[in-house]
Write a protein that binds this ligand. Structure first.
Ligand code: NAG
Length: 258
């Protein structure tokens, strides 16, 4: 895309955003929509969507009772609206889908699916965001991971452009996905916290002043988890799935300068 085109577009965007701020209708607010607990059958799902007009910046899954999750994925409903789907694994005790939904001026998001990782020895699945969209910087606001064969050990956001899904326990296939969002002057970073080492221990991390939490992931090598979710106080919470090792909660925190 040529530079003149970008200069014109960015000016137009700046003007629109200023208007919208003066009207007071452009506050950036993200909330979490929580699905109902799935039943305990293999592959049963919990599904949620965002309110119309809001962007889904992340989709995570959490199972209160077991590590047997197949993870989370994105689909579309008949009306084209994005759906966050959490899937129960064989022998699991039910999962919930958690969608992060943002009302953010001029934000647009797309889901990028990563390549297949089919053995613990390979480099894992990477979902890579484009650097720019319509002259605006793009960031991975949330990372998801799924495998129909469970054994998930997590997915990690790397700024400025990708999600890495790790494969230590799945020998047939897993996939990472990134939600890649752009908005005027968007900037995103990660923050993380470590849990205790007992099963059920939580790692909790918030974003701090001026930053808004858009996504939440869990990660620890060779160690299963109950998943991750964003709670009512805007914290990213990851829950340990087995005894003996701590796990990380990783929050994606974003802001713009308007
Ligand atoms: C997935 O893609 C990334 C980036 O192109 C690459 O480095 C990695 O090796 C790939 N993973 C597999 C399992 O092929």
């Amino acid at each position: 895309m040529n530079r003149l085109y970008c200069a014109i577009l960015v000016l137009a965007v700046a003007e629109l955003t200023t208007l919208c701020t003066a009207d007071g209708v452009c506050s950036r607010i993200c909330t979490t929509v929580v699905g109902t607990l799935s039943d305990q059958n293999d592959d049963s799902t919990s599904e949620v969507s965002c309110p119309v007009g809001e962007e889904m910046t992340d989709c995570t899954s959490f199972s209160p009772g077991s590590s047997e999750r197949d993870g989370e994925l994105f689909t579309h409903a008949g009306n084209g609206i994005r759906v966050c789907v959490a899937r129960n694994g064989r022998g699991g005790e039910g999962v919930r889908a958690y969608a992060r939904c943002c009302n953010w001026p001029r934000m647009t998001c797309e889901v990028v699916n990563g390549n297949r990782s089919s053995s613990p020895d390979d480099a894992g699945s990477m979902a890579i965001c484009p650097a720019q969209k319509n002259c605006l910087d793009v960031f991975p606001t949330g990372c998801s991971i799924r495998s129909p064969w469970k054994g998930l050990t997590g997915v990690k956001p790397f700024m400025p452009n990708y999600c890495h899904g790790y494969n230590e326990l799945v020998d047939r296939g897993l996939w990472a996905a990134a939600v890649c969002c752009s908005a005027p002057s968007l900037n995103c970073n990660t923050k993380s916290a470590l849990s205790g080492s007992a099963k059920g221990d939580k790692a909790t991390i918030g974003c701090g002043p001026d930053w808004i939490l858009t996504g939440c992931s869990v990660r620890n090598p060779r160690h299963t988890t109950l998943g991750a979710y964003i709670d009512d106080d805007d914290n990213c919470v990851a829950v340990n799935g087995a005894d003996g090792k701590a796990i990380w909660a990783i929050a994606v925190c974003c802001k713009d300068t308007y």
